[in-house]
Design a protein around this ligand. Structure first.
Ligand code: SF4
Ligand code: SF4
Length: 343
């Protein structure tokens, strides 16, 4: 492990050097594309130069699209054969991301690579190309609760980077990146630090098994009227991994087409539709309950860690100001015999 300091011009040189060999992907500001007309969108996108990299603000969308795109063709078919598409960009990829999102992608690994005997090949071929360049995160952003979710720390990174006003400090764990940095940087003793306190206190339920009556508790009723099923909380979440499979038949032949998988989510209408016209979890409160239990209960039963990493994006993006972290606290209160009629 070695560390180096750079001024911003030196860091730009390293960035350009890496860009010749790797695809560079990270948080990027898109002016005027935010939730309101005069606001910017911080999203994940390909980076052409270091100025593209937005390190001061939290991103609205997560980096999961690099391994799990919103819309992906899994194969093309004719009447008697099918072909899987090659990746359009086959380069190794450097992803700039925060500790919670590294933990989030590890949660996606559990779902796509470790949840049964078959690994998801579409996820796996993208995942194998990733190198994590961790953006150091020392202060909690609004709505973050990564400390409560035990997702504020990680040692799973190739390099860790601190973007200070006058300099950039880099610690290198993956020796294959040493040369690119060592030629330009000045040796330092930089070691990354991590968030120690959440901006919002979140108490996880202290029960091994959910009591059956909590499933029909009035706690969930408020979401029937408040939630509008827009699905923003699902699409912005780094750990939401659900998709629908769609077959598209080309207009010139009923035998030719393609199969796509498209992001879907437990809050969206139609997600639970089944053959024969059946559907379940029609009420929005039922959907909120399902998501809550999946994020902080069911997943833990299977993988011994919570699915939610406390990035707080679901709270950031909800147009109805529904707070998932408040929902967790309400559930904990209920289970401990506390408040019944909180907001
Ligand atoms: S449920 Fe919310 S806080 Fe948890 S990982 Fe998803 S978006 Fe982040
Ligand atoms: S973002 Fe808010 S309103 Fe939209 S589906 Fe999620 S909880 Fe419901």
């Amino acid at each position: 492990m070695q560390s180096f300091d750079f001024n911003y011009q030196q860091f730009a040189e390293v960035f350009a050097r890496l860009g010749k060999k790797f695809r560079l992907f990270g948080p990027k500001r898109v002016p005027g594309r935010g939730r309101f007309s005069d606001t910017d969108l911080i999203t994940y996108a390909d980076l052409q130069n270091p100025e593209d990299l937005e390190t001061a603000e939290k991103s609205y969308l997560s980096p999961k699209s690099i391994v799990f795109p919103p819309d992906e063709t899994t194969f093309y078919f004719t009447a008697d054969q099918f072909t899987e598409p090659e990746l359009s960009d086959n380069r190794e990829t450097i992803v700039f991301l925060r500790p919670c999102d590294i933990n989030g992608i590890e949660r996606l690994d559990r779902i796509f690579l470790e949840n049964g005997k078959v690994k998801d090949p579409y996820y796996q071929r993208r995942r194998e190309k990733l190198h994590f360049f961790m953006i150091e995160c020392r202060e909690s952003f609004e709505n973050c609760f990564c400390v409560a979710m035990n997702a504020n720390r990680t040692d799973n990174f190739a390099t860790a980077i601190r973007f200070a006003p006058e300099k950039v400090s880099v610690m290198i764990q993956n020796e294959s990146f040493l040369e690119a940095f060592a030629e330009v940087g000045k040796k330092s003793d930089f070691v990354p630090e991590f968030v120690k306190k959440d901006s919002k206190a979140v108490n996880l339920p202290d029960v091994e098994d959910m009591p059956a009556d909590i499933f029909s508790d009035s706690l969930w009723d408020e979401y029937d009227s408040r939630c509008i099923a827009c699905g923003r909380c699902n699409t912005s979440c780094v750990t939401c991994s659900c998709f629908s499979t769609v077959d598209i038949f080309y207009p010139d032949s009923r035998n030719c087409g393609e199969r796509r998988r498209v992001w879907d989510g437990c809050h969206l209408d139609g997600f639970t539709d089944m053959a024969g016209g059946h559907s379940f979890r029609k009420d929005k409160g039922d959907r909120m309950r399902f998501k809550t239990f999946h994020k902080i209960y069911d997943f833990r039963k299977r993988f011994s860690e919570d699915m939610c990493v406390g990035c707080g994006r679901c709270d950031d993006v909800c147009p109805e100001y529904i707070s998932f972290s408040s929902c967790i606290n309400k559930l904990s209160d209920r289970l401990s015999g506390g408040k019944k009629d909180e907001e």
